[in-house]
Write a protein that binds this ligand. Structure first.
Ligand SMILES: Cc1ncc(COP(=O)(O)O)c(C=O)c1O
Length: 458
């Protein structure tokens, strides 16, 4: 293991040299007290010390600019009424089009392949309604065994809705015995093995639990070779890792905007549909008036004429107050740039990894094992940590022991008391995501001090 400078001064020097450091001040960071006494957080002094917030993988922080941007829309509504559709500062009629280019840049798509709309699970359903067309011979869907529950529910209900059964049509990818993440070769072999019956492969590009970033080009190519549809859930990938959906030839993808996109709880999500599907007349999609070609939308006829863009999947006119935080956030990403963000992210997460290795090496036995792949190309910023508190009689497996859960929960509570906000997944995983837009090297350093205390104190 290379030696790591574990001094606070080192962390401060990294922050001082970080060209993205000024972005931190564009975000509202909850006070440390929010970590353990949320009821008192609202009345904390404005200059209260900030929490070490490492849960941008769950809910990103509020950009300072969001409040004024929403106020602007309220003012435009008050002052213009219906005229706001054309005359608001950001006219409401084409509002979603303002978000298109920036969203497309983040997922590596042509602008016309992207639309900001609805929420994530809704979009998954809308796109599966169009692209999952099971037949008696080709009906199977592959997902991760540890898929986020909503994805499992969505694909199972789609299978049932089409008259098939998850017991025969759902294939779950499981890690090898004793391993916690999936091997690319095993995913590809499963796709090949089921090529004859495969209709859809729908994986979370970055797995929510392990933080594993799958080999999207290889999996997409194998899926398409098998004659199936490649769909991606980008909930944990959007704004976290660089994406190239058009180039890798994915069929569709969906994401949410409340994690790395910092657009607020339940924020409006997005969808990608590859260009090759956009002019299709045979797609049995669900339709609404906002998916109609704008040229004939207001003719108000009964026929649906889909617009030549991913907008054809829009059902309703966009909710402006909910779209505004997405617009603000995408603008922040445009200025920061995904290339610079990824470069910092690699360094920040590797710093956290090195400090954890160093911590384990200093303890009589390792207390924190990293579930997330060690290779930077197979992860985003999140590290999933399997915790074995020092005096606990827990085994280093994710098996469901009540004792594991209780002692790791206690360690999590000790982190909270020190002003660290990370999340706990029962029985023994803590997820920590240093987000390059607003987290600092000092945040990571402080987290590791708190983690040492949390796993060694009883
Ligand atoms: C991978 C993944 N899929 C689906 C969802 C559900 O998203 P929503 O509630 O926005 O539909 C989440 C939420 O965190 C998620 O992480």
């Amino acid at each position: 293991m290379p030696t790591i400078d574990r001094s606070r001064a080192f962390a401060l020097a990294q922050d001082a040299a970080d060209p993205l450091a000024p972005f931190r001040s564009e975000f509202l960071i909850p006070p440390a007290i929010a970590a353990h006494d949320p009821a008192r957080a609202a009345s904390a002094a404005a200059d209260a010390s900030p929490a070490v917030y490492l849960t941008g993988n769950s809910l990103g922080l509020q950009p300072r600019a969001t409040r004024a941007a929403i106020q602007q829309e309220l003012d435009d509504w008050a002052n213009l009424g219906v005229e706001g559709h054309l005359h608001a500062k950001h006219p409401w009629l084409p509002y979603h089009e303002e978000l298109r280019d920036d969203a497309a840049a983040l997922v590596g798509a042509l602008p016309r392949e992207v639309v900001v709309m609805n929420s994530l699970t809704v979009n998954l359903h809308l796109l599966m309604a169009a692209f999952y067309r099971p037949t008696p011979t080709r009906h199977a869907i592959i997902i991760e065994d540890a898929a986020f529950p909503s994805d499992s529910h969505a694909v199972q209900s789609q299978i049932i809705n089409r008259g098939f059964s998850p017991s025969t049509s759902l294939i779950r990818l499981k890690p090898r015995q004793g391993e916690l993440t999936l091997r690319t070769e095993d995913i590809l072999a499963t796709i090949d093995r089921h090529a004859g019956s495969l209709a859809l492969v729908m994986l979370g590009a970055v797995n929510y639990l392990t933080g594993q970033w799958f080999d999207m080009p290889a999996i997409t190519a194998a899926t398409r070779r098998a004659g199936a549809i490649a769909g991606w859930d980008l909930a944990h990938a959007m704004g976290n890792v660089p994406l190239a959906l058009h180039e890798i030839d994915a069929d569709f993808a969906c994401w949410c905007s409340y994690k790395y996109l910092n657009s607020g709880p339940g924020a409006i999500a997005g969808a990608f549909v590859h260009e090759r599907h956009l002019a299709r007349t045979d797609l049995p999609q669900f339709a609404g008036w906002w998916g109609n070609d704008p040229a004939s939308r207001f003719v108000m006829g009964p026929e649906f004429t889909p617009v030549y863009s991913a907008d054809r999947f829009q059902l309703s006119n966009p909710p402006i107050f909910s779209m505004t935080p997405v617009r603000v956030s995408l603008e922040v990403f445009r200025r920061a740039g995904m290339t610079r963000l990824r470069e910092k992210s690699l360094r920040l997460t590797q710093y956290m990894e090195s400090l954890i290795d160093d911590l384990n090496a200093r303890l009589p036995s390792p207390a924190v094992s990293i579930v997330t792949p060690r290779e930077p190309a197979h992860r985003g910023c999140q590290l999933s940590l399997l915790i074995t508190p020092h005096n606990a009689s827990t085994s280093a497996t994710p098996s469901s022991h009540a004792a594991d859960a209780a002692s790791v929960k206690a360690a999590h509570a000790r982190l909270s008391r020190q002003g660290v906000i990370v999340d706990f997944r029962s029985p023994n995983i803590i997820r920590a995501a240093p987000v390059p837009l607003y987290n600092s090297f000092l945040d990571v350093w402080t987290f590791i001090q708190a983690l040492e205390h949390a796993v060694t104190t009883t």
